[in-house]
Design a protein around this ligand. Structure first.
Ligand code: LMR
Length: 329
């Protein structure tokens, strides 16, 4: 039989009693792949600050930026296994979990971020947040980064300029097709590898909002950025459904309120952070920013637009229509 010495029993009892008096705080690991001074990085820190202020002693939030805990190839699996409790992958990274979420990758779908906002807040956008609960994933909100710009070591003004160039893409079939549509060569690569990929010439170009370009120093290895605003890079903040539903009601309610506040704050500030980083790129003097005339932009749009048809079945024509409606309001 297992016997405890008197001393061990005293130690065990005192731990037991201490444990009852001060229940351990619930630890929430929030992992992401970008730098802290980006919209997502700032959002994660604000969530930590507010959660630890309002739920002091009850909740502890550990933020892991820059792929320091999980890179974007592994974070979804880690969430499902319970190794991390909150992540915020870009909307391009959900195709294995929800085909309709691919809508956000369609090139030239949204006219501007106000339209994105309307769509995300509308019934179709909101329904997508709960579309993965059968897989154990709950969406808590959409965070903006912003519209993507093309970058390369060559001037990209006409779609023909992209022919034969290798572009890094996120793990998204839509983005793959988008580059094939202009006869470029897409290469899937995780975010943490993009700088090196561009530096060594494994890829020649990429697409990202200014905040990601600047914080990963991509501008140091890209001579040109075309301000194309051709697609969206936003996030869905997600949690493990079982973990979330298993939280004590008062804690879950407070965390939901905090998430709402943080979401508003991130979405209000994301554009300014991208503008700031655009200016920093200009100040660095490494990269020329090119602007498209309306005619040039129309040519890119025409070239990439056939991609929509290829994914209409998976996404749903009604959802695409709702997104187009959001442009008109
Ligand atoms: C990318 O892989 O380019 C982005 O999804 C990274 C991010 O999270 O902003």
């Amino acid at each position: 039989m297992f016997k405890l010495s008197a001393k061990a029993m005293i130690v065990a009892m005192s731990f037991g009693i201490a444990g009852l008096a001060h229940a351990d705080p619930i630890t929430i690991k929030f992992s992401h792949v970008v730098a802290e001074h980006t919209p997502k990085g700032q959002g994660a820190l604000l969530f930590k600050q507010l959660a630890e202020e309002r739920l002091a002693g009850k909740v502890k939030v550990e933020v892991y930026p820059n792929s320091s805990l999980f890179g974007d190839g592994k974070e979804m699996e880690a969430l499902m296994l319970g190794d991390v409790q909150i992540i915020a992958p870009s909307l391009a990274k959900f195709e294995h979990y929800s085909k309709p979420i691919q809508i956000f990758d369609l090139p030239f779908l949204f006219d501007d971020m106000a339209a994105v906002d309307r769509f995300q807040k509308g019934p179709v956008g909101q329904a997508l947040l709960t579309s993965m609960e059968d897989k154990g994933i709950t969406g808590l909100g959409y965070w903006h980064n912003g519209l993507k710009q093309l970058s390369a070591n060559k001037e990209l003004l006409d779609p023909k300029d992209a022919r034969g160039l290798k572009f890094r893409v996120q793990a998204s079939a839509v983005l793959d097709e988008q580059f094939k549509a202009v006869r470029a060569v897409p290469r899937k690569m995780s975010f943490s590898e993009v700088y090196q990929g561009l530096q060594t010439g494994v890829v020649n170009g990429a697409e990202n909002p200014y905040s990601n370009i600047y914080s990963q120093k991509m501008h140091e290895v890209q001579k040109y950025i075309t301000e194309s605003n051709h697609g969206l890079l936003d996030y869905m903040v997600i949690t493990n459904t079982k973990f979330w539903n298993g939280l004590p009601d008062d804690i879950r309610t407070t965390l939901s309120e905090i998430m709402k506040e943080v979401t508003e704050e991130v979405n209000k500030k994301a554009a300014a952070l991208n503008e700031r980083d655009k200016q920093s790129i200009l100040d660095a003097g490494t990269t020329k920013i090119l602007y498209l005339t309306p005619e040039q932009r129309e040519k890119w749009r025409e070239a990439m637009r056939p991609v929509w048809k290829k994914f209409e079945g998976d996404i749903g024509a009604d959802r695409i229509k709702a997104a187009e409606e959001a442009n008109k309001q």
